[in-house]
Structures are given as C-alpha cells and as structure tokens.
Design a protein around this ligand. Structure first.
Ligand SMILES: *[C@@H]1O[C@H](CO)[C@@H](O)[C@H](O)[C@H]1NC(C)=O
Ligand SMILES: *[C@@H]1O[C@H](CO)[C@@H](O)[C@H](O)[C@H]1NC(C)=O
Ligand SMILES: *[C@@H]1O[C@H](CO)[C@@H](O)[C@H](O)[C@H]1NC(C)=O
Ligand SMILES: *[C@@H]1O[C@H](CO)[C@@H](O)[C@H](O)[C@H]1NC(C)=O
Ligand SMILES: *[C@@H]1O[C@H](CO)[C@@H](O)[C@H](O)[C@H]1NC(C)=O
Length: 542
C-alpha cells in the first residue's frame, strides 16, 4: 500500500491508482512561487535594515497544509549569493534530495530558480522553514509550516476556535553579510540586539491577537532565532501543551515554555479571564542581560488596555528548565497523522545497534574560531554528499573519518559522514561540556528524547531513560555541562544533516551527516534523483 501510493505520487498518475484499485484519490497538490530578495525592511522598532524577504514579506508566507499533501515550491533566487531553503522537521521520506542543505543539494545560484517537490507524508504539527546557506537565516527568509490533520483522524483535544502562529526569535541590527564576515575573520558571534515576534517588537498595533471570551485558541510557536532559548508566557492565563514537533503530548498546564532555537510546539489557551487586554511576554533564557519583547492578547470587545506587571520569567537556574523538558511526554493513546495510537511502536524494547557520543567544543584552528563535534569541524565539500554518493564520485567523503566518541584534539577540519544501515536503531548521546546551552536538530527524522542529565554521561545512566512515553521530536536542547540522550530508528534512507541549531556554530563546523543506507536500489526504499536536480562541483559533468 505504502509502496503503491508512493509510486502514484512519483508518477503523478491517477490512472495507476485506479489500476491498482485504490479508492482514495491522490493527495492534493499545493503550488507556490517564492521570489527571494534582499531589500529594505523595518523589523519592529529597529532602524530599517536590509534583509531577506519572500515575495516582499518578512516573515515569509505561512504554509498551511494537510497530512500527505504534495507541496511544490519554485524558489527564485534574486540574492547576489547562492541560496537554499530547508524545511525544519519535514521528513522528506525517501527523498533527502529535497532537504535543502549543502550535503544534499547544490545551492541555487543567483538569478536562478529551483523547484522543490515535497510530500508531508504521515506528518502533522507545527514546523518552520528557513534558509540553510551561509548566515542568511540571521536576515530573515523564514516562515511557519502548519500541517493539519486529515478530517478522518480525530484530534486528542476539542477543535480550537482559532489558531495563532508565533515565530519568535532573536534579532541582529547587523545584517547577515557583516555577521558572516566577522565569523570568517575568526571573531566570535555578538549577542543579539533584541527579540522579534512575527517580525515585530513591542506592542505594535499589528501585534494584537484577538479572541472571544470563553473560547479556546491554539498557539503554534516556533523559535526561528539563531542563538538563544526564549521563554513565552501569557499574563493571567495557563497554557496547555498539546503538541511538540508532530507528537501529541500529555496535556498539562504550564506557566511558561522554554523554546530553544529550531524547536516548535503548540499549546491551547482558554480566554477565561475578565474581558480586557493581557500581555504575551517573551524573553531570553540563560543570557545576561535578558532581552524581551511583548505582544497583546486582546479579548474581543475589550476597552481596557494592558495593565499590571508583566508575567515574571522563570528563575534563571536551569534546574526548572530541565524539569520542564523531562515533563514533555507522549500521549500513547492519542493518534498523530495516522489512525493508530502513538504508543504502538514500542521503542523501549528494541535493541540498540550502535551508540554514538557527540561532544561539542569550540577551538581555534589557524588562529580562527571554529566549532566541532568530537574535534572535527565540518567542512562542506563543493560537491554535495548526496550527488557524490549517487554518481559514485570519489574523493568527496570517506566513511572512515567520522568519530563515534569525543577524541583528543587538536580540532581538525573534515567532512564527517557516519555510515549507518537502514533499520539500525541508534543511541546518540549529546555531551555538552561547554558553559552554554546547545540545541541539536536531525533532518529526516523524529527521535525519542529518553534522558537529560548533569555532567558526564555513562552507560549506567541508561537505567534512568524514559523507555515508555518519551516525546519524539526533531530538535533537542543540551543544557550546559550536561548530556541529552536520544534513540532513533533509522527507517528513512538518505543523507541526513545532524547540526547545531545555533546558527554560527553550524556555520563554523558544528554539524555532520548520517548516511542511512542499504544496497537495494529500489523506489520502495528511496526515490530516484529528481529530474531538475542542480549539478555542481564534481557532479557538474553528470
Ligand atoms: C524556473 O526555471 C525553469 C528552467 O530553468 C524555467 O522553465 C521556469 O520557467 C522557471 N520558473 C520561474 C517561475 O521562473
Ligand atoms: C519591550 O517592553 C519591555 C517591557 O516594557 C521592555 O523591558 C523592553 O526593553 C522592550 N523592548 C523593546 C525592544 O522595546
Ligand atoms: C490522550 O489522548 C486521548 C485521546 O486518545 C485524550 O482523550 C486524552 O485526554 C489525552 N490525555 C492527556 C493526558 O493528554
Ligand atoms: C535483544 O538482545 C537480547 C540479548 O542479546 C536478545 O536476547 C533479544 O532476543 C534481542 N531482542 C530483539 C528484539 O532482537
Ligand atoms: C577536543 O580536544 C581537546 C584537547 O585534546 C580535549 O580536551 C577535548 O576533550 C576534546 N573534545 C571533544 C568533544 O572531543
């Protein structure tokens, strides 16, 4: 069934599905054309600056779609630099060709276009897209992706009266070209200048979110920032968590949420207070000084503007934040994109086939600051790994150079690709011995977040893992001087980027690729190279 419906998508043929007697029609197609420009923009109260716009918009357009929809996006690059868009949290099942990172795709040259063909197969939830090339993301080009359920699948909560998308993130007055130059010269990344909510700052009239007394609204929030964890809270209201990066979680009430770069979640808010206006407050976590910006929740008919004190941020200490992270747990009886309960995959009973310990660090190489994993700072080859693999081009990457555990320095530059077998069940430990909080994202997958702990991980800590109802998501934080453990079932063939979501770290080498492979050449395990694939580097000749 899976096989057949995939063929249908690939060949775009309805006749084929009738041939095989499939009753339901093909999943709908949605088409977009996006012009990427570098133009003057007005982010909040900041002075005007140059930034990356999509069809003249900042943030970019929201993609609202349903599970299994086919999405076709033609991206026309009007920048004076090469460009790629990546779709944070979309799995691209069997099609890492669409992932939009330098390991899978050639960048779109200036004045050229490229059309992405994606299917949001078996996914629901709250996601985001952003540019993956250079430091572009610091100047915009990001937006929300909301995948709604198919009507046949019930939600594990009452249908909300409405939805609000919140893209929150730190922001720099300096544009990405200057930030990038700084990094290229070996200087460290400065602190951001402020926070933006949907591209705006404090109390702009565009930043009032209106709902009706007694009704419940879904707030979808993504941290599109590049550096800092952000806390969000609403004056006088509780927030009921319902979804984390595509997983329906145990619905519990929270005072506030910590959301790390690259992460997203959704919560319900019931407008059950006196009819007036309330603060929606956001502020950075674990930074000094604290940056903040606020929006307004407006009850329909309210004539009383915001008053009283802003809802206070949580204590600076990370204890509470780690406690919150552990409290996010999957609702095993709820379904997600498919009509089977989320708890039907018993990940805790599967034997681990491989353990990889990834240690992050910062080090100077030839006098310039770099970031690395197990003392390898990733260097993007000019030929994308995926193309080198497909055409068997030698000399691009070598599966023997990756390191499965922290390794004494000095840090070196290299192209780390981990060779893994399709259907391996892998344990990854993120070991953070630095004094700052990290955020890690894996493309092509959701993984089970089974443990957070302080100091050094050791095998005996496995007995503290949550092997029953760990949340499954694609981006996870690692607190300072701490570890985070994840389990991932490698069921998606392809070349997948594992990277720091803290963007200057990613840019300066804190990333790697997982090559998930078997020797079977078949469309049932991976789709063929798209006919419009751009060619570059050593693949130009093919
Ligand atoms: C994208 O490029 C292709 C081939 O280069 C061209 O046929 C197509 O019209 C372009 N699309 C747009 C919207 O410019
Ligand atoms: C937004 O408002 C808060 C509270 O009034 C203030 O602390 C913060 O500095 C303001 N931020 C900006 C960017 O104006
Ligand atoms: C779990 O999901 C079910 C739907 O299957 C729902 O009825 C229940 O309220 C949810 N439980 C919690 C604690 O979120
Ligand atoms: C897991 O490993 C244990 C011990 O090696 C073995 O007895 C068991 O059969 C394995 N389970 C599965 C599901 O492969
Ligand atoms: C990197 O090398 C340094 C110097 O040998 C060592 O102290 C550190 O533990 C290594 N870090 C990782 C993550 O491999």
């Amino acid at each position: 069934m899976e096989h057949i419906s995939f063929l249908c998508f690939f060949l775009g043929s309805l006749t084929l599905s009738s041939m095989f007697g499939i009753i339901q029609g093909e999943s709908p197609y949605k088409y977009y054309t996006w012009r990427i420009t570098y133009a003057k923009m007005y982010p909040g109260n900041f002075p005007p600056q140059f930034g990356i716009l999509i069809n003249g918009q900042f943030p970019g357009p929201t993609i609202d779609c349903n599970t299994n929809d086919n999405i076709v996006i033609d991206i026309i690059n009007h920048l004076d630099e090469p460009f790629l868009m990546t779709w944070n949290g979309l799995w691209h099942r069997k099609m890492s060709w669409q992932d939009g990172v330098l390991g899978t795709n050639c960048p779109i040259p200036p004045r050229k276009n490229f059309t992405y063909h994606m299917q949001v197969k078996d996914q629901i939830g709250t996601y985001m897209y952003f540019p993956s090339t250079m430091m572009h993301r610091a100047s915009g080009g990001f937006g929300a992706i909301n995948i709604h359920r198919r009507s046949v699948i019930p939600l594990p909560y009452p249908e909300p009266a409405g939805e609000f998308s919140f893209l929150i993130g730190d922001w720099y007055k300096t544009d990405h070209k200057i930030l990038q130059k700084r990094l290229d010269y070996g200087y460290s990344m400065p602190m951001p200048d402020g926070l933006l909510i949907n591209g705006l700052q404090n109390f702009s009239t565009d930043r009032v979110y209106t709902g009706e007394l007694g009704k419940t609204y879904l707030f979808r929030v993504a941290n599109v920032g590049i550096m800092t964890c952000i806390n969000i809270r609403i004056q006088g209201h509780r927030m009921k968590l319902v979804e984390v990066e595509g997983s329906h979680v145990l619905q519990e009430d929270y005072e506030s949420f910590d959301i790390h770069p690259g992460q997203s979640l959704a919560f319900l808010v019931t407008l059950n207070g006196p009819v007036k206006d309330y603060y929606i407050a956001t502020s950075t976590r674990f930074t000094r000084p604290t940056l903040s910006t606020n929006a307004i929740l407006h009850y329909d008919g309210s004539t009383t503007s915001v008053s009283g004190s802003l809802p206070p941020p949580p204590a600076y200490q990370l204890h509470g934040s780690m406690k919150q992270a552990r409290s996010f747990r999957k609702n095993l009886t709820a379904n997600a994109a498919r009509p089977n309960p989320q708890g039907s995959f018993h990940y805790g009973q599967i034997n681990i086939t491989k353990t990889i310990i990834l240690g992050n660090s910062a080090e100077k190489i030839n006098g310039k600051l770099h970031y690395g994993v197990n003392n390898i700072s990733y260097l993007n080859p000019t030929t994308p790994l995926k193309l080198a693999d497909y055409y068997n081009i030698p000399g691009v990457f070598d599966l023997t150079t990756s390191r499965d555990k922290p390794t004494p320095g000095p840090m070196v530059q290299g192209t780390s690709v981990y060779g893994l077998a399709l259907h391996d069940f892998v344990e990854i430990i993120f070991q953070n011995n630095e004094a700052t909080t990290q955020s890690w994202h894996l493309d092509g997958y959701n993984f089970f977040v089974v443990g957070f702990g302080a100091y050094e991980w050791s095998p005996k800590l496995r007995n503290q893992y949550n092997l029953v109802d760990a949340v499954s998501r694609s981006t996870v934080q690692v607190f300072r001087n701490s570890w985070t453990a994840i389990l991932v079932s490698l069921d998606n063939k392809g070349m997948w980027n594992l990277r720091s979501a803290i963007w200057h770290r990613q840019y300066l080498g804190q990333q790697l690729y997982l090559r998930v492979w078997n020797d079977e050449t078949s469309l049932t395990t991976e789709l063929d190279i798209p006919s419009n694939a751009l060619k570059c580097g050593k693949a130009s000749a093919y």
